[in-house]
Design a protein around this ligand. Structure first.
Ligand code: XIL
Length: 410
């Protein structure tokens, strides 16, 4: 009986297998994939938005896709990448918009993690403690906020530019909220999310201060960073805990980052990887500057993850690698630079040559979005695929960089 069933199904399946094999051979010759090209070097990942995680054309952030486009985006993510990061849905404002144990919206975050699990991808969590996309209730309490030096009497007494200007939580209250949030979120995805961005963008962009003047810093003090890492380590001792920041191509900011991480290491804080966002442009950094950036970061002795790669082709975004979310709109003004496609390809080739040169340390490279249409910097057309999910010349340049890697024999 068994034999009969086997025999009756074996002929068509043999034929199917032959056809599939032929198809696969043709495909392999025609279509290269990023994850295969770099499989011996590092994960190649992508930040996915809610439409991709949930498989539906919901409206979220800058993303406005029809269902057919979402289906294509998903196919592209599965074909090209072996690692995912959540573009927004694990940020505090999205996952815990309200206070307390009932204040969580786990739906989109669960969909994100399940997408990664069912596609056998390396799953990153982003992000636990950040000055942006954090609800006001987190910082709110009964302590009057300090009066800012440059506030006019009777004017905007509660200061400017911190987002939330009302009465504040105490240090203990804020630490408690941070602890509960991290324990709940990291605990929920324990063993599934392999890497966490524990603290995001805590280093000051300019001036002599090491740390950004955020509400985290003002209310808790500089040890908010150490506490966040300790809480995350408690919640999942096996997770790789990352410190993530932008503009590390800038020597002054890089120096501050290195000082911060060294001081955390001296205190035995479990910081286990450096995330370099790498929101760059077609005109900078040069090969040499990126090379120097990674060389300097390597002195920390930690793996390096390129966490949010995109290359801005808009004229307004050529000056620096800043990624301050409150200033994003200005970075894509003024139209595209001329020969945008070629310049993009050249810059991507440069960057991947540097990543390969440093592959001893570079373990993950994540693109910040699957295609230009869903990118947070869509005006700068900064990614490898256009809005129809078709590869641009930059895609070929990245594939070619892997093939040309002088450190491997072909
Ligand atoms: C961006 C998202 O891409 C946007 O959709 C959102 O509106 C703002 O945040 N640094 C980070 C990312 O760590 O979380 C930011 O993502 C880009 C800058």
């Amino acid at each position: 009986m068994n034999t009969q069933i086997q025999r009756s199904t074996s002929r068509p399946s043999l034929l199917t297998a032959v056809l599939l094999a032929v198809g696969a051979a043709v495909q392999a010759a025609d279509i290269s994939t990023l994850k295969d090209a770099y499989k011996d070097d590092f994960y190649v990942g992508v930040a996915i938005n809610r439409t991709i995680a949930m498989g539906t054309a919901v409206r979220a952030d800058n993303v406005n896709r029809h269902q057919e486009q979402v289906v294509k985006d998903i196919a592209l993510v599965k074909a090209q990448f072996n690692q995912i990061s959540p573009e927004n849905d694990l940020k505090w404002a999205l996952i815990q918009p309200r206070e307390g144990a009932d204040g969580y919206d786990f739906g989109p975050a669960d969909a994100y993690v399940n997408f990664g699990l069912s596609n056998h991808m390396y799953i990153v969590g982003h992000t636990l403690v950040w000055h942006a996309q954090t609800p006001n209730w987190v910082f709110a309490g009964t302590n009057p906020p300090p009066v800012m030096e440059n506030d006019s009497p009777g004017g905007r007494r509660f200061g400017r530019s911190f987002g939330y200007n009302g009465p504040r939580a105490s240090r203990e209250e804020l630490l408690q909220r941070m602890h509960d949030h991290i324990a709940t979120v990291v605990g929920r995805y324990k063993g599934k999310v392999k890497v966490w961005d524990v603290v995001n963008e805590a280093v000051a962009d300019t001036g002599t201060n090491l740390l950004r003047n955020s509400l985290w810093l003002q209310i808790i003090g500089p040890d908010f960073i150490a506490k966040a890492f300790e809480y995350a380590h408690e919640a999942d001792p096996d997770a790789i805990l990352r410190y993530n920041d932008y503009s590390l191509e800038n020597p002054a900011k890089r120096k501050k980052l290195i000082a911060l991480i060294k001081s955390l290491q001296a205190q035995h804080v479990p910081v286990m990887a450096i995330g370099s966002q790498t929101h760059v442009s077609v005109s900078s950094p040069s090969f040499e500057v990126e090379d120097q950036t990674l060389t300097d970061l390597e002195t920390l002795g930690l793996p390096i993850h390129i966490t949010e790669l995109d290359v801005n082709g808009a004229q307004g975004g050529q000056r620096d690698s800043g990624a301050d979310v409150s200033e994003n709109a200005t970075t894509t003004q003024g139209g595209l630079v001329s020969d945008a496609d070629q310049r993009l390809a050249k810059q991507y080739a440069n960057l991947f040559k540097v990543f390969l040169k440093h592959k001893q340390f570079v373990k993950v490279v994540t693109f910040w979005g699957v295609n230009d249409a869903v990118s947070w910097r869509f005006g700068g057309k900064p990614l490898l695929f256009n809005g129809d999910d078709q590869p641009k010349p930059a895609f070929d340049a990245v594939i070619k960089a892997a093939a040309d890697d002088p450190t491997i024999s072909h």
